[in-house]
Design a protein around this ligand. Structure first.
Ligand code: ADP
Ligand code: MG
Length: 640
């Protein structure tokens, strides 16, 4: 939308956020992640040192490995946690990094014995460990980006099979290459190994890498991209409908995640002093994924907790399976620790799929406590009855949609005016939702075109259309479930900056007040009742500051009083952000109360247009709509 032509509604700036100084924002952005990283780092390292101090070399190396595993799991959390795409491939990336590191870092003398024929003259070079880690990161990233391209082409979604299969293929291919490319990798049995005394001597590189990984992960998690990735994880379509392009954020998450995993894998090889294909295959995948899932993949703190819990559990089972326990004999003894991993994964998937800490982070917890104490409710923004809503015409011309042989829309033409609230009514199956789907790029039209102002949107994707200013709500509620009410709105508001708009805009808090959900602001969206959830969806759509708000049955599931309140809220919010409104509803009281002009659809065709009075008096409308039973959306449970 064009900011110059948008008529800005007059309103009083509320003190709520302007009171929070820029320095506070800075502290939160950087200080929060820093604090969390320091605490997590200290807990891991001090706990490890304490444990190691009570025993010999075995405990020492257990702690070292735990710290290295923590780096790798944190790396996995950046991608898996933020995007929700379950990747089996990260250990495959670890294999690529591990081998690259080994080939570059192992001495020429060692290589002349094991891989004297290495291609590209690799047996002739020897880099410092640090340079070899950089090489490992670069090589792994190059391969990871190709995989990432594939992932974004399949439109990787939270829980998507395609993405998981692609990453699984990475794991298998990495292993096959490692097993079969003997000249480079030393094959299945020998592998590559460092000379005696050439391996990692001090834990300092691990400390540095661990702290950097924790900080990077938390900075990403709280960043704009990280929050957008999380919104996409919660609901891909809803995220696109408020203007997010999932591929962008997922690719960034993948890149950062691969960097961290590559560093961790290099350190693992450096510490162990050797690498063979099985070092980075199923067993290690099982170990690291179990840590991530048991701890809580959506949270960095959860991931770290998982590393500790599973390391301890693994040690206990290893002890039980070992020779020191001989009082009883049991069948599973040899594979006890793997059994433990499998069972923990299974148990958590069934009983507590979010893990021990589904989404708790120290900094956000502290910040939300601080904010609760200090924030004041913004005064309700006073919108003038005369302020116009939007400023650009939305035009849909001759939209036809066929699903196979079925014609859902037949030459439908609409031109909702920017300064009006336009209603669409029609019996169940008339094609109302399909029309909204077309206008937001969710369903392609068979023919016809639509535009906003002079901007043709017909061939644009959902997120692009949203950024141009056409934003919708859904008949079947689609919220970002595990985010709070405030986060739902805030994450949608992030896209305003993309359009270059920087004029006065209602703050997230003002939108919450205008939508009547201020008191619910810190509740999780998945916990809301229908009415509140509907109001949140409205506020979230408004937060993108659209030119047009398209609302699909905003009162569905609401009681009468709520419907009535919604009438005012729709207009208030539209004025607040300066948007025209198209609203579908079957609640005639609501529609006639809120709409300036109403279209009646029947069997995909516009059969009548007019004011509320004209529509109610129209004989055709009476026949096709008023005479019929109330509309029920597809698969939509309804309690009113
Ligand atoms: P309304 O919102 O007016 O109740 P819809 O637009 O949801 O109606 O549906 C119009 C018709 O198109 C219905 O008969 C529905 O079954 C059909 N339809 C909607 N979406 C699809 C789809 N993706 N594939 C096939 N048929 C569809
Ligand atoms: Mg519908």
């Amino acid at each position: 939308m064009n900011p110059e032509t948008t008529v800005q509604p007059e309103r009083t700036m509320s003190p709520a956020l302007s009171k929070s100084p820029a320095s506070m924002e800075w502290v939160r952005r950087l200080g929060g992640p820093l604090l969390t990283s320091i605490v997590l780092f200290a807990a891991l390292v001090l706990g490890g040192l304490l444990y190691a101090s009570g025993g010999g070399g075995a405990r020492d190396s257990l702690v070292t490995q735990m710290l290295i595993n923590a780096i790798i799991v944190v790396g996995m959390q950046i991608y898996i946690g933020n995007t929700g795409v379950l990747s089996f491939g990260h250990v495959g990336f670890g294999a690529i990094a591990g081998y690259t590191f080994a080939i570059f870092a192992i001495s020429v003398e060692r290589k002349s014995v094991t891989v004297s024929d290495a291609p590209f003259g690799l047996s002739e070079i020897q880099w410092s460990p640090l340079a070899a880690i950089v090489a490992a990161v670069v090589v792994t990233l190059a391969i990871g980006l190709v995989v990432g391209l594939g992932l974004s082409r399949t439109a990787a979604q939270s829980g998507a099979i395609a993405a998981t299969v692609i990453t699984l293929a990475v794991l298998f291919m990495a292993r096959e290459v490692a097993v079969n490319w003997d000249e480079l990798t030393g094959g299945d049995r020998a592998g590559l190994s460092f000379g005696i005394g050439d391996t990692l001597e001090s834990r300092w590189p691990i400390y540095v890498a661990l702290f950097a990984s924790l900080l990077l992960a938390r900075l990403y998690g709280t960043s704009r991209s990280g929050r957008l990735a999380a919104a996409t994880r919660e609901d891909n379509l809803a995220a696109r409908a408020v203007g997010h392009n999932p591929a962008t954020h997922q690719t960034l998450a993948l890149v950062l995640s691969i960097v961290v995993v590559a560093v961790g894998a290099s350190l693992r090889v450096y510490e162990l002093g050797s690498i063979t294909p099985k070092f980075f295959f199923f067993e290690f995948t099982l170990l690291t994924l179990t840590m991530l899932i048991v701890g809580g993949r959506n949270s960095l703190t959860g991931a770290v907790l998982g590393v500790v819990v599973i390391t301890v559990g693994n040690e206990v089972t290893r002890y039980l399976a070992g020779p020191s326990v001989d009082s009883f004999e049991f069948v599973f003894r040899p594979g006890l620790s793997k059994l433990f991993l499998g069972l923990s994964m299974l148990l958590f998937m069934i009983v507590r799929p979010g893990g021990l800490l589904p989404d708790w982070e120290l900094d956000s917890w502290l910040f939300s406590r601080w904010r609760r104490r200090h924030e004041t409710k913004p005064v309700e923004a006073a919108t003038d009855e005369d302020t116009s809503l939007g400023s650009e015409v939305l035009k849909a011309e001759s939209i036809t949609v066929r699903f196979g042989g079925f014609q859902a829309l037949d030459d439908a033409t609409l031109d909702p005016q920017p300064d009006e609230v336009t209603g669409i009514i029609g019996p169940n199956g008339a094609g109302k939702t399909t029309l909204l789907n077309v206008l937001t790029g969710v369903v392609p039209s068979t023919s016809g075109r639509f535009s906003l102002g002079s901007n043709d949107l017909s061939s644009k994707q959902t997120h692009a259309i949203a950024r141009e200013g056409v934003v919708r709500t859904f008949q079947n509620l689609r919220l970002f479930g595990s985010l709070t009410v405030r986060e739902n709105v805030a994450v949608a508001a992030l896209h305003r900056s993309d359009s270059g708009d920087s004029g006065s805009q209602p703050s997230v808090e003002e939108l919450l007040v205008a939508a009547g959900i201020w008191d619910d602001r810190d509740r999780r969206a998945s916990e809301l009742d229908y009415g509140t959830a509907r109001r949140l969806e409205l506020a979230r759509a408004a937060a993108t500051r659209p030119a047009f708000l398209l609302l699909d049955e905003p009162t569905s599931g609401m009681n009468e009083a709520e419907s009535l309140a919604m009438t005012a809220q729709v207009r208030d919010l539209a004025r607040l952000v300066g948007a025209g409104v198209v609203v579908i509803d079957h609640d005639l009281g609501f529609i006639t109360g809120v709409c300036d002009r109403i279209y009646c659809l029947a069997q995909g065709t516009v059969v009548a247009v007019g004011t509320a009075d004209e529509i109610q008096a129209d004989p055709i409308v009476r026949e096709v709509y008023l005479g019929s039973v109330a509309d029920d959306g597809p698969g939509e449970p309804r309690d009113s």
